[in-house]
Design a protein around this ligand. Structure first.
Ligand code: C5P
Length: 399
């Protein structure tokens, strides 16, 4: 679990987006965190402390003068063993309070009394005009100067019926950002390009050849790289997955499109990780019109194939190539074929999937092949493996 053992203070200030804080509380809990909810009086107008207590499993604090804490110093005690404070939603007024160092209620006092090392993350939520107002923007700039991390906001339809910047991030996106804030920034400033998912090679406008790759491993690496501080570009074949937060995602279908997108993005990349299950062949005589069941003369259609470009080998052959990493899914002789493939593709690191039944699963077991031999990354959740893998890659980058 991504947040196992972490203690998070979730502060709610007043805003319609309080309803999303309920789901965020559950998501944090599912990720292993224990959540202590603190609400402003305004927040209690939008969602009740009863709901937040039921979801967090802990009494909710709303009042600076709450006598439940023995020494009556909730503003000090609550934050002393916390790992982070997250304000979601963070209203226009609460941003002002943080910017000015106000301490006129429990939540603002708790924020100003937090230990200097304790991360404070805020998820703004407000009407577009309130967000764009120069006073708000001045306060937001002050938060950044003070080392307070902003999560969003997003742009889009707002509860008030208007449209624009100021929407609070969705709970799943907030969770990703909170997890990210705990990750060591081992790839800070690095640029990483990845391919992921299957390719789809058309036979006619409605049919094609694809494979069982779900994209989960590639997306997990893209997410972990973003969380480790990298600028990530993900070239993805068709998958059912949402793009990881903060990752530039370019959707393609065929291997040729994936090849073209990779070459358009590869300049100045530090790392290229080819995770996609790319079709080796495409249909050379794909039909512009839907093929009819009976064919032209009643016979079965005959497909002709042409070789697809090898994207990884092409990138590995560039004169100014990034650090290249490939994947292999073999159904037999992985140790032998893995090393052969690494040498054939001329890459420093190749990752072998142990067994070819990993497609679509949430966990995996990997073997890393490099010039020194091979090492095992034992079975684990793909997100955990992605972080382990990036730690290995980060340690091998030229300084
Ligand atoms: O050659 P093979 O498909 O077994 O190699 C797998 C590795 O090569 C993966 O990293 C895959 O993403 C990459 N690959 C590629 N372009 C292809 C075929 C495979 O980038 N046309």
């Amino acid at each position: 679990m991504d947040l196992a053992g972490k203690k998070i203070i979730l502060g709610l200030s007043g805003g319609v987006a309080c309803y999303k804080a309920a789901e965020l509380t559950r998501a944090l809990g599912k990720a292993g965190a224990s959540v202590q909810v603190v609400m402003t009086q305004a927040a209690t107008q939008f969602i009740t402390p009863v709901t937040m207590q039921a979801l967090s499993g802990k009494p909710v604090y709303t009042d600076q003068w709450d006598a439940r804490i023995a020494n009556n110093m909730a503003h000090i005690d609550l934050s002393r063993d916390a790992d982070a404070i997250v304000i979601a939603p963070c209203s226009t007024d609460f941003i002002r309070k943080l910017a000015q160092g106000a301490c006129d209620d429990l939540l603002s006092t708790l924020c100003i009394a937090r230990p200097a090392h304790l991360p404070l993350l805020v998820a703004p939520a407000m009407n577009v005009e309130m967000w764009q107002n120069p006073a708000t923007q001045r306060n937001v700039a002050q938060l950044a100067t003070d080392g307070i991390e902003l999560l969003g906001p997003d742009t889009g339809a707002q509860a008030c019926g208007e449209n624009g910047m100021g929407r609070m991030l969705e709970p799943a996106q907030l969770l990703e950002q909170i997890v990210a804030s705990f990750q060591p920034k081992i790839l800070a400033g690095k640029r990483i390009l990845l391919t992921a998912g299957p390719t789809f090679e058309p036979i006619d406008p409605v049919r094609g050849i694809t494979n069982l790759s779900s994209g989960k491993m590639g997306y997990a690496i893209a997410r972990a790289a973003q969380q480790a501080g990298a600028f990530v570009t993900l070239i993805s074949g068709p998958t059912a997955l949402d793009a990881p937060f903060g990752v530039q995602c370019i959707q393609v279908q065929s291997a040729q499109q994936m090849h073209d997108a990779v070459l358009a993005q590869v300049t100045d990349q530090d790392i290229f990780i080819a995770v996609a299950a790319v079709a080796d062949w495409r249909v050379a005589n794909a039909s512009a019109q839907k093929l009819k069941k009976d064919g032209k003369d009643g016979s079965a259609p005959i497909l002709e194939f042409a070789r697809n470009p090898d994207i990884l080998a092409t990138v590995a052959a560039l004169p100014k190539r990034p650090y290249c990493v490939g994947f292999a899914a073999e159904s037999e002789n992985l140790l032998e074929y893995g090393e052969q493939k690494r040498l054939r593709k001329n890459i420093p690191l190749l990752i072998g999937n142990i067994g070819h039944h990993t497609f679509g699963k949430d966990d995996n077991e990997l073997i890393l092949f490099d010039a020194d031999g091979h090492t095992l990354l034992p079975r684990n959740d793909k997100q955990v493996l992605a972080r382990q893998l990036l730690a290995v890659i980060a340690s091998r980058l030229p300084r």
